[in-house]
Ligand binder design. Sequence first.
Ligand code: B4P
Length: 192
Amino acid sequence: MRLVLLGAPGSGKGTQAARLETHLQVPHISTGDLLRAEVAAGSRLGLEAKEVMARGELVSDAILLGMLEDRFSRPDTAKGFILDGYPRNLAQADALDALMHRLGQPMDYAVQLEVPQELLVERIAGRAKAEGRADDAPEAVRTRLQVYDSQTAPVIEFYRQHGQLTVIDGVGSLDEVFNRIIEAIAPSNPVG
Ligand code: B4P
């Protein structure tokens, strides 16, 4: 199964992708995690990405596409994947579409987690306390939410027009949201 998870910062993409990875037995590919690993390793790419991420802005499309092509070349993606954090703008959506066609692997689902903005801010504030991520600071969060509205929200329309979009209510417990996703993508195989 090839699935893209869409949603604003704090909507639960990373949280649900980790659970879906176990349930569907396909790898969770988070572009945020890939970038944070580069930053932690102090690579040239990581040094380039670090300040951009801390401001809450998007890292360049060229860096992201290169990183993603590299990740898709690993054999564990043969049976599918859960992509979290990509695409984040229309150029990335087009690039991913072209890449998947080139690989002969069209996307099965684009799942959007819908969560009201005040709850997003609350969740990220909770993570800021627990993990201290630089881009969870209030000013960076404001930028990330603005970037989402202006650049990422149009990606939702892209998948709607391609007939691949499934909208999920992202408000509720982790199990409730997870079960909604599973029922939407694999109704014959509900959890719990
Ligand atoms: P990401 O790592 O993708 O960060 P995110 O959008 O905040 O989502 P995340 O998955 O971490 O949060 P989640 O909603 O699960 O991106 C970070 C940065 O990397 C970007 O700002 C950008 O600079 C760069 N980047 C990444 N991809 C890029 C791309 N394609 N192009 C350019 N730049 C890119 O969880 C948030 C919190 O909510 C957690 O604390 C969680 O525990 C909590 N939570 C989740 N579900 C909940 C629920 N149901 N109830 C209560 N709390 C819940």
